[in-house]
Write a protein that binds this ligand. Structure first.
Ligand code: ADP
Length: 467
């Protein structure tokens, strides 16, 4: 059974881990999808602004015209490639404030709940004519050139689109400021649009809050359920074990008197007993003793199983030190043959307790009897008492086999007996400490225990004063 529970716990943990893995994978996928959708939706807005805003269009027309003029001049060899690029940069710089302003206005109009930055980069400019392809930009190992928009590092940007702009230039040589000779060429400009959204992760995560919260709650719920089921199962198992132990113990306890009774009753039929009044009496004595032993066992099970809530106390005002001394005297009488050293240190000061003397004596005797039963080879018991304004404390200490801290937590449970260690020969039903604890509880007090294996055990009983 223990193995089965362990297997169940391990399997549940593995299943839970697998479930968490799948959940994490699904969340990761949802994150990727949400991110994709978010970027696509933003890209769409920006492309729309770029394509459909007249101010931006007109700015583009202006610079494209100027650009054409520059290319024509270059073709006529009146300017160099570098000066085309420098002039382009200057054109972009002067147009940029208007562009950014127009762009920001449009973004505001769309009503996005976050800030986006946008930039256009030129990747490549080339002239194609009958002589071949002449690359204007990039000439060396340059990267794309920031052209217009907001300047942010490229690595922070998301690609919106790349575009290739093809156009042709034709002049018959009549334009004044351009070519005085006929010119014809095609040019290709490759551009790349990037956007940068500050805090986009936060925005995507924000859109997933409901998913996160519900997953977390579900996860906690499953863990709680699992924990509850397993602990209920362990508790159930413990109760079953304890009950089985109890049945074994009581069967064992009943066996000896019953066997003795059977022998005694059989011997009553024998001639030796029938003819000798002495032998008859002694056999009847045996029958009496075994009978009362059986009676005692049954009483123990019946009455010692009572819980504190079912107990009705017959409280009487009692002077503590006198009561304790008498109780101890009775106990010492009952263990006369057992060779136990009892040391008492009862507080001589007067303190009045309201107690059910019969029941409290039962509780204290149970603890004292245990000190003898589990007291080791050289049995010695120390009993002491003291009190303060609130409570009367009685300590019962032995130097016996002790109880491990794991078992100490359980010794007050009904039918609980420690099974480990060298104590199988000591008889008991696991009711003594349970009953003692219930009696003290019914007096609104409490029992605590401290113990060390091989060193001994101390029980401290606290009874409230003035109650
Ligand atoms: P039992 O009938 O077994 O003595 P109790 O309820 O009196 O039942 O005690 C429960 C268990 O606690 C015992 O089985 C014993 O193992 C342990 N125990 C109780 N008192 C002592 C003690 N003074 N020293 C060591 N072990 C003790």
């Amino acid at each position: 059974m223990h193995r089965k529970i362990n297997i169940l716990i391990i399997t549940s943990i593995i299943a839970l881990l697998a479930l968490s893995g799948i959940q994490a994978y699904l969340i990761h996928n949802t994150y990727q999808l949400k991110k994709k959708a978010f970027l696509a939706e933003t890209k769409k807005v920006i492309s729309k602004i770029d394509d459909e805003t007249p101010v931006i269009d007109s700015l583009e027309t202006v610079w494209s015209e100027k650009f054409l003029g520059l290319l024509a001049k270059y073709k006529m060899k009146s300017i160099s490639k570098d000066s085309i690029m420098n002039s382009l940069k200057l054109i972009a710089e002067s147009a940029n404030p208007h562009f950014v302003e127009a762009y920001n206005k449009e973004v505001k109009k769309v009503g996005l709940e976050y800030d986006i930055q946008y930039q256009k980069n030129i990747l490549n400019i080339a002239i194609v004519d009958s002589t071949g392809i002449d690359t204007i930009f990039p000439t060396r190992q340059e990267e794309g050139m920031f052209f217009i928009g907001e300047d942010f590092p490229k690595e922070n940007g998301y690609l919106i689109s790349t575009a290739t702009w093809n156009s042709s230039f034709q002049s018959d040589g009549s334009e004044e400021d351009l070519a005085q000779i006929p010119l014809e060429f095609e040019f290709v400009v490759k551009t790349q649009d990037l956007m940068n959204i500050a805090d986009w992760q936060r925005i995507v995560f924000g859109r997933m809050t409901a998913l996160f919260v519900s997953s977390l709650l579900l996860f906690l719920f499953v863990i709680g359920l699992l924990f509850y089921s397993i602990s209920a199962l362990i508790k159930q198992k413990k109760v079953t074990d304890i009950k089985t132990d109890f049945i074994n113990n009581i069967t064992h306890e009943l066996k000896t008197p019953l066997a003795t009774l059977s022998i005694a009753s059989k011997s009553l039929r024998t001639d030796t007993v029938v003819q000798s009044p002495k032998a008859l009496n002694s056999t009847l004595d045996i029958i009496d003793r075994q009978n009362s032993r059986l009676q005692k066992l049954i009483d123990q099970v019946m009455s010692n199983s009572l819980g504190a809530e079912k107990m009705t106390l017959q409280k009487e005002p009692t002077e503590a030190s006198v009561y304790l001394r008498q109780m101890l005297q009775d106990f010492e009488l009952s263990i006369k043959e057992k060779n136990v050293a009892v040391k008492a240190d009862i507080s001589p000061e007067k303190a009045e307790l309201q107690i059910d003397r019969f029941l409290l004596t039962t509780a204290l005797h149970n603890i004292l009897e245990n000190a003898v039963k589990y007291g080791g080879d050289e049995k010695s018991i120390e009993i002491s008492s003291q009190f303060n304004a609130k409570e009367y404390l009685i300590s019962i200490k032995d130097h016996g086999i002790g109880i491990s801290s794991k078992n100490l937590k359980e010794v007050f449970e009904k039918f609980y007996r420690v099974t480990d260690g060298d104590r199988h020969d000591v008889k008991g039903l696991g009711l003594g400490l349970y009953y003692a604890n219930q009696i003290v509880k019914a007096h609104n007090g409490h029992i605590s225990a401290q113990s060390e294996v091989g060193q001994g055990t101390e029980f401290i009983i606290s009874i409230p004063l003035n109650v």
